[in-house]
Design a protein around this ligand. Structure first.
Ligand SMILES: [Zn+2]
Length: 286
């Protein structure tokens, strides 16, 4: 029986049926014969869940922490980094993301003297690098990245501190004013316990969380072969499902929005904060 990992709802309808293994599944030997995978939508919270064949789900577990091995087959993370960093701001998803985050922080967090930011799942490091550049290096920046090849690349940049690890709520990863989850939560099967750990990393009275995830509309508006709809993504969100999830985690939802990014990706993002932060600082200024 289906149970939504976001809200425990049990009623679903199918959004999209996929009848061919994607490149990640092919890389671990999943056969195309009789293959069926479906994206289903929870009728209670509106969140979407990727329902994989058992064999595929089992074998993919090993791949999840090191998917850059497949993602960057035949290419180089450093090369991708330089290509994306050289994009003009108007064409870069990351430039838009940095602008969103900086704008919110500026309007809300005047009290941050020297903000400490942790980016979980730093990936190629483009987001943190642009943030370092645009804040003149005046904050404390940390990237957490489990993939060994991506982490080695991040260290080589020498732009911010790097922890090579899967984020599991480690006690030495606490005391941050801003935690960012850029296209991370969709990889997590059980996002609620994960978010509860992330909240422990925030300074309770002066902390902010930024979450950005693929929009559920991707299933309707983009091709079924779109990477976003691939086997490594567990959930897609809309405004309601992301907002409700953050509230279930005990956060005050400050803002939730959807956006078509320059690359064509459809995304939902939210800013949320512990109640103590909101009580102390109120709402962001216009
Ligand atoms: Zn649900």
């Amino acid at each position: 029986m289906f149970r939504c990992a976001l809200c425990s709802g049990q009623d679903v309808r199918e959004l999209l049926l996929i009848d061919h293994p994607d490149r990640f599944e092919q890389s671990i030997g999943i056969e195309p014969k009789d293959y069926r995978r479906s994206w289903v939508e929870c009728l209670q919270c509106g969140g979407a869940t990727n329902v994989l064949p058992e064999e595929s789900s089992f074998r993919l577990k090993k791949l999840r922490s090191a998917y850059y091995e497949v993602d960057f087959m035949g290419s180089d993370i450093g090369e991708k980094y330089h290509r994306v960093m050289s994009m003009p701001a108007g064409k870069s998803d990351n430039a838009g993301r940095v602008a969103r985050v900086m704008d919110f922080v500026r309007r809300w967090s005047g009290a941050f003297s020297l903000p400490r930011i942790m980016d979980i799942g730093a990936g190629t490091g483009v987001f943190l690098s642009r943030l370092v550049d645009q804040t003149g290096g005046a904050w404390h920046y940390l990237g957490v990245e489990p993939d060994p090849r991506a982490a080695a690349h991040l260290r080589q940049l020498e732009k911010f501190a790097v922890v090579e690890a899967m984020y599991l709520g480690q006690t030495d990863l606490r005391g941050f004013n801003l935690v960012t989850l850029n296209k991370v939560l969709e990889h997590i099967e059980q996002p609620l316990p994960f978010l509860l750990q992330v909240i422990q990393s925030l300074v309770p009275e002066d902390g902010l969380l930024y979450v950005e995830v693929p929009d559920k509309l991707t299933a309707r508006l983009r091709s079924p072969q779109d990477n976003i709809l691939g086997s490594l993504h567990c959930h897609l969100y809309d405004l309601t499902s992301l907002g409700q999830l953050l509230r279930r985690a005990g956060l005050e939802l400050m803002c939730v929005n959807r956006v078509a990014e320059p690359s064509g990706k459809l995304s939902v993002y939210a800013f949320a904060a512990p109640a103590e932060s909101v009580e102390k600082k109120g709402l962001p200024h216009e």
